[in-house]
Design a protein around this ligand. Sequence first.
Ligand SMILES: Nc1nc2c(ncn2[C@@H]2O[C@H](COP(=O)(O)OP(=O)(O)O)[C@@H](O)[C@H]2O)c(=O)[nH]1
Ligand SMILES: [Mg+2]
Length: 266
Amino acid sequence: MTTKRIVREKTINKKKIRVNVVHRYRSDKLSRLEYFESLRNQKEQITKKISNNKLFSWREYSGLPRTIYCTNILFVGQTGTGKSSTLNHLLNDDYMATSDYESCTKTVNSSEVYIGKECYISFCDMPGIGENQEADKHYLELYSRMTEKSDVIVYLLSADKRDYAIDLKEFRSLKRRYSKKIFIGLNGIDKIEPISRVAEWTGPTEAQQINIERKVEDIRKLFRVKKDDIIPFSAICDYKLEDIARKITDTLLINMQSGIVKKIHF
Ligand SMILES: Nc1nc2c(ncn2[C@@H]2O[C@H](COP(=O)(O)OP(=O)(O)O)[C@@H](O)[C@H]2O)c(=O)[nH]1
Ligand SMILES: [Mg+2]
């Protein structure tokens, strides 16, 4: 696979945002994972819909104006919820830095996946909130500007947490503005009790499954969302990531059909 890393400045509402971008030129060799097929299988449909939307010219490579069409998928949520891990596993990559002891996504990282010759999906890994107030101020402003221009927002929650106060506040504010394009990814279901410390985790035990369902029900009530808008999965164990890919595709297509997505790029 040919990839190219660049840093690009995007101007949103007259302010510049630095975005690290990785380009992939051969999308058909992108991933061995079957679930990604769901995006590629609908390539025609997505390409057509993206093409109907706003276009912009891009002179970065050849120096000649080129028309590129793009749609944005954002991964948001608290630090450590697995945003970067989810993207790496979803795209079969290790481009996004992850860490088990510190937050390491300080700016927007974007993986641009070409689904047509001049048409791509941009998967944006956002910095995590909830680390400290000063950083949150900056990151929430970034969220606000990026979400406006996005087509799908995946809000990640950690399945093994109990206190979702910070998430509730931010999620509600996003949901109010973008109710049709946001859903919850409940990551880390391998850590739901009772955990076996011996065996390698390949899927939930019966006892874990019961607790996962309970957790989904609690989240549904707390966040006031439909059950379908909560996708339990495990990024690290590569479990049910296909559900995330499917939900992204569905959300993308629904939004494009309903005309919510008007501006496709910034
Ligand atoms: N057990 C488990 N750990 C995970 C899972 N997803 C991410 N992690 C771990 O959680 C830590 C934070 O992940 P990261 O992707 O950096 O989170 P981010 O800050 O949201 O980007 C890393 O140590 C990951 O290995 C998961 O599904 N299960
Ligand atoms: Mg990260």
